[in-house]
Structures are given as C-alpha cells and as structure tokens.
Design a protein around this ligand. Structure first.
Ligand SMILES: *[C@@H]1O[C@H](CO)[C@@H](O)[C@H](O)[C@H]1NC(C)=O
Ligand SMILES: *[C@@H]1O[C@H](CO)[C@@H](O)[C@H](O)[C@H]1NC(C)=O
Ligand SMILES: *[C@@H]1O[C@H](CO)[C@@H](O)[C@H](O)[C@H]1NC(C)=O
Ligand SMILES: *[C@@H]1O[C@H](CO)[C@@H](O)[C@H](O)[C@H]1NC(C)=O
Length: 363
C-alpha cells in the first residue's frame, strides 16, 4: 500500500467504521449495501464452503449466510447486485426482556454494518404457545429488528422463516399476520411436511404438491399479501429405512415422535440432491413417480440387505410447485440450500444442477 493510500484510509477511519471494519473487497464500492428493491426474489440459503461460486448469479437476489462469514461471498454478491443477509436466531426466553431484546438487535445491526451485509434472516424455529410471553416477544423482535435495520442500513431487508403452514406446525403458534406486516418478507419453508405424521407411519414425500399449495392458501386467507411470501423448496430429500416394503411399494417407518405426533420424518435421514442423484442410479427400482403426491422416489437395498425408500424433489416436482408462485404472484422462490447440488465438472451433474436452478421458475 502506498503511503498516500494509507493516509487516505486513516482519514476515513476518523468517520468510524473503517477502523475496526475495513472493506475487504477489491473495490470499495462493493462494500456498499444494496438498496434497490427487486420485483422477484430468488432467495438462497448458503451453509458455507465455496460452492456459491457455481450459483446461477444471473438470478440470485438474496443470500442468507448460515455458514461462517465469507467476505469473498459478500463482495461477489454485491458485484452481482445481490443482497447478503445475516442469520438471526436467539432463544426466545432471553428476549422477552426488552433490554435483552434491544441488545440483541443492536448487536446484529452492528455486525451487519461491520460485515457490509444487507439485512438479516430471522430463523426462529422454536415451539411457542399462542398468547405466551414468548409469542408477544417474538412479534416485537421482528418489528423492532426491522425498524432498526431499515433505519441504520437504508434499503436493507429483514425476512422471517415460517413453517410450510401457519397452523401451529411443530407447535410454532406464532402471530403470523403481525409478523408478516412487520418485516419485508416471509420465507415459507415448504419442506419437512412430514415432521408430524398423524396417519399411517409410512414414508411420504417431503413436500407433496397439494399439501404445499393448500398451505399457501392458508397464508393468503389470513390476508397476508402474496408479495410477502417467498416459496422455499427442498434441494434435499429423506432416506427412510423400511421396516417392511409392501408389494405396492409402501414403506413402513419406525415410530419416532415429534412435538406431539407419534411419527415423523425424523425416522429418515436428510440427504442432498447430490447424494440422491448418485444413489438413484444404483437403486433397485430406479426413479418412480408418486402421482398422488406429485414427487419422485426410489427404493434401494443397503449393504446389510435392508430396504430403503428415498423421497425427494427434482425439477419435475419442484416446477409444479413454483408454477403456483407465478399464478398467485408470490414474491419469489428460494431453496434449502444452495450448496447441495453437484457442482463438479461432470457433464451429467452440470446438466442436473442447471435444471434444478431453472425449475425455480416453473415448468
Ligand atoms: C438475557 O440474555 C442472556 C443471554 O444473552 C441470558 O443469559 C439472560 O438470562 C437474559 N436475561 C433475561 C432477563 O431474560
Ligand atoms: C409392516 O410393518 C408394520 C410395522 O411393524 C406392521 O404393522 C405391518 O403389519 C407390516 N406389514 C407387513 C405386510 O408385513
Ligand atoms: C388435490 O387437491 C385438489 C383440489 O384441492 C383435489 O381435487 C385433489 O383430489 C387433491 N389430490 C390429492 C391427491 O389429494
Ligand atoms: C442461469 O439462469 C438464466 C435464467 O434462467 C438462464 O438463462 C441461464 O441459462 C442460467 N445459466 C446456467 C449456467 O444455467
């Protein structure tokens, strides 16, 4: 660094930020927060590593960073006009207290400024009873966080992650209507829809089409604006060991209770699309299509000779869901998570990954 540049930078530091938080990007303007509102959101969760380099950056609008802070990712996203937002999570019992809540918000705003981030994604997946102190504290947290971010970082975005349906899924009885009004958008996690199985204990789709779509109607019936809803689709599936596999392909699963339900997808293991695309090739059945749930699945034998059924989403099942985003004019689409496709140089993998990105925009 030339002495001249050094003097110049130290004079900026008098203004505050540059001292503790120098801009890590090659060009200083890449540290400027993104201000323009995008009509259509493509909201990507990033869990770390460097596969973000293979994202389709011509479509990404927001990256929620759930991995370690990666300055290179921030600079790159800004160069593409995309936002990068923090993850926000806190035990609700802590933030019932107003001072604690304000401290938490102040800490997050300062962190966002220091890391040149464009907002925050609040990911509280805790059980809450309607009318409890935590119920009101959560609503206040969202409102106060949004006010603080919008005031301190003009143009910033505050989003909140909600379950696939507003009907107390997994005992998350939140004030969805006020929360939606209090932030920029809700990311609807349209997956893990078998977390509470009340009927037969069998393997089912992660996000059946009807169940998914009907739940958006529930959100819309609460008078939550379609422009507040981003549809999150799964880029992963579940691998269920079958207790037995019936002649017509029904896989009975172990009873693993979850938040009041006798059975759950917790009987299976979450698997990435990358793993699934390898496994299906050597499977017993090859790719099958569940025409009721409108999603693919396959069966395989593990080395110990046990049957497994894998329930997942692929471009065909995803595009049927994202068609609904277009027809209802929702705010956008997104996925959990961006990293789990096969981004290697293998031409088959390349094609599969490109089709997954394209499926975000319908069939
Ligand atoms: C405030 O938050 C801290 C953790 O940051 C927690 O240990 C403490 O119990 C909270 N205080 C109250 C009154 O909730
Ligand atoms: C499959 O396993 C379930 C659970 O153990 C049992 O209830 C059911 O009768 C079994 N079905 C067959 C066809 O063996
Ligand atoms: C899906 O929903 C539509 C209309 O809501 C209904 O006609 C259809 O029977 C449902 N399909 C299944 C498999 O539940
Ligand atoms: C990225 O997305 C755009 C818009 O959907 C598409 O035209 C383009 O082919 C995609 N790029 C790659 C590498 O798949």
């Amino acid at each position: 660094m030339s002495p001249f540049v050094f003097v110049f930078l130290s004079s900026i530091s008098l203004l505050g930020l540059a001292d503790a938080c120098p801009c890590p990007c090659e060009k200083a303007e890449l540290c400027h927060q993104i201000r323009d509102k995008r009509d259509f959101e493509v909201f990507v969760f990033d869990v770390g590593g460097k596969t973000w380099k293979s994202y389709n950056w011509s479509v990404v609008t927001t990256v929620a960073t759930f991995g370690k802070y990666d300055a290179e990712l921030m600079c790159h996203a800004h160069s593409k006009g995309a936002r990068v937002v923090l993850k926000g999570d806190v035990p609700l019992a802590y933030i019932v207290d107003q001072n604690n809540r304000t401290d938490w918000i102040t800490e997050k705003v300062n962190l966002a400024k220091c890391q040149f981030m464009d907002g925050i994604n609040i990911d509280i997946e805790q059980a809450v009873d309607e009318g409890s102190p935590e119920y009101y504290a959560l609503t206040d947290l969202v409102k106060e966080t949004t006010e603080a971010f919008h005031r301190e970082i003009p143009g910033s975005q505050v989003s909140f992650d909600v379950a696939w349906s507003p009907q107390c899924i997994d005992k998350r009885c939140y004030d969805y209507v006020t929360i939606a009004e209090s932030c920029d958008l809700l990311f609807v996690m349209s997956y893990d829809e078998q977390s509470q199985i009340l009927g037969d204990c069998i393997a089912m789709a992660n996000a059946p089409l009807n169940q998914t779509i009907n739940a958006y109607d529930q959100y819309l019936n609460l008078k939550i604006a379609p422009q507040k809803l981003v549809m999150g689709v799964p880029w992963y599936g579940y691998d269920y060991p079958c207790l037995n596999l019936s002649q017509d392909g029904i896989c009975s699963i172990a009873k693993v209770p979850f938040r009041g339900a006798p059975c759950s997808d917790a009987a299976g293991k979450q698997k990435t699309y990358r793993w699934i695309m390898k496994q299906v090739v050597s499977s017993l059945s090859g790719r099958l299509w569940d025409d009721k749930q409108k999603a693919p699945y396959f069966n395989y034998w593990d080395p110990e000779g046990k049957f497994h059924q894998v329930r997942y989403d692929d471009p065909e099942s995803i595009c049927l869901k994202t068609e609904f985003v277009k027809s209802k004019g929702l705010r956008g689409v997104g996925m959990w998570n961006g990293n789990i496709l096969d981004y290697s140089d293998d031409p088959v993998a390349r094609q599969q990954s490109a089709l997954m990105w394209n499926a975000l925009f319908g069939c």
